[in-house]
Write a protein that binds this ligand. Structure first.
Ligand code: HH2
Length: 257
């Protein structure tokens, strides 16, 4: 899953693709590099980010999704607003990637159910503005797993077909570096939830915590964590650097079979 951030303030590529034409060109490059899904987002969820209103988010993502509708790639919309999801599905998206796991907007579950969209349900402790203020868990893997099981059940109860639901432990969303690494190390335990796992480690700050690297210097850490996540059973890797991660996966798969 290649990331297309149509935002001025995303933590690693904010402002690069705010212009719709630049975002469309970037999306096409990621598709050519081997992305199976393009994840188009108009609101940064980085720690401390301010919320964006629906009008502005629509203005950012709808033209980009429309401009990518002819390519041979599924398109997901990274949003927690039902209005944005609905317009994105109209414009050609088929997946809703909701970092609030359908808790952010009371209409979201119904929109996804009625439209037959696939849905990514992600774990987040708290909300982006405050989520990194001293997050605590007794057992991070057990608590994230219980949350995802509960959200999966709620989504199915709302009419979303279980076969269309993917689950994501939300690396970096209300977690310390130690929590993130424990989740990645024990990712296999979340496979018992029975749904495909999505993992987003790309350029995230836990990599920088280990070696002091800035967001644009974290490709090696992104590749290491993505390949290990795939080996633990992650089926979707949400990354900015599609060509490099794709190559790493090709080699890892060739070695391991
Ligand atoms: N991470 C980010 C955004 N959306 N969605 C899922 N399902 N999983 C993730 O790990 C995830 C996500 C944060 O990364 P990015 O989009 O690059 O940054 P920003 O939120 O600052 O735009």
């Amino acid at each position: 899953m290649g990331v297309v951030n149509v935002t001025p303030d995303s933590f690693s590529d904010g402002g690069l693709y705010l212009d719709p034409e630049a975002a469309i060109v970037h999306g096409r490059e990621l598709a050519a590099a081997g992305a199976a899904i393009l994840d188009v987002g108009g609101e940064s969820t980085r720690p401390g980010a301010e919320a964006v209103d629906a009008e502005e988010e629509l203005r950012r993502v709808v033209p980009v999704i429309g401009g990518l509708s002819d390519i041979d790639c599924d398109v997901s919309v990274d949003t927690s607003k039902a209005r944005v999801a609905e317009a994105a599905l109209d414009a050609g998206a088929s997946i809703v990637n909701d970092v609030t796991a359908l808790r952010g907007d009371p209409e979201m579950a119904a929109v996804c159910a009625e439209r037959g969209a696939a849905v990514v349900l992600m774990h987040m402790l708290g909300e982006p503005r405050t989520m990194q203020d001293d997050p605590r868990y007794e057992d991070v893997v057990a608590e994230v797993g219980a949350f995802l099981a509960e959200r999966l059940e709620a989504a199915v109860a709302a009419g979303i077909g279980e076969e269309r639901i993917w689950l994501d432990p939300g690396i970096g969303f209300g977690k310390t570096a130690a929590h993130n690494m424990e989740l990645l190390r024990r990712l296999g335990e979340l496979r018992k939830l029975g749904r495909p796992l999505v993992i987003g480690t790309s350029r995230k700050s836990f990599i920088g915590r280990l070696d002091g690297s800035a967001a644009d210097e974290r490709l090696g850490g992104t590749i290491a964590s993505s390949v290990l996540a795939a080996a633990e059973g992650a089926e979707v890797l949400r990354v900015h650097d599609v060509a490099e991660v794709r190559q790493a996966l090709t080699v890892a798969t060739a070695i391991l079979g």
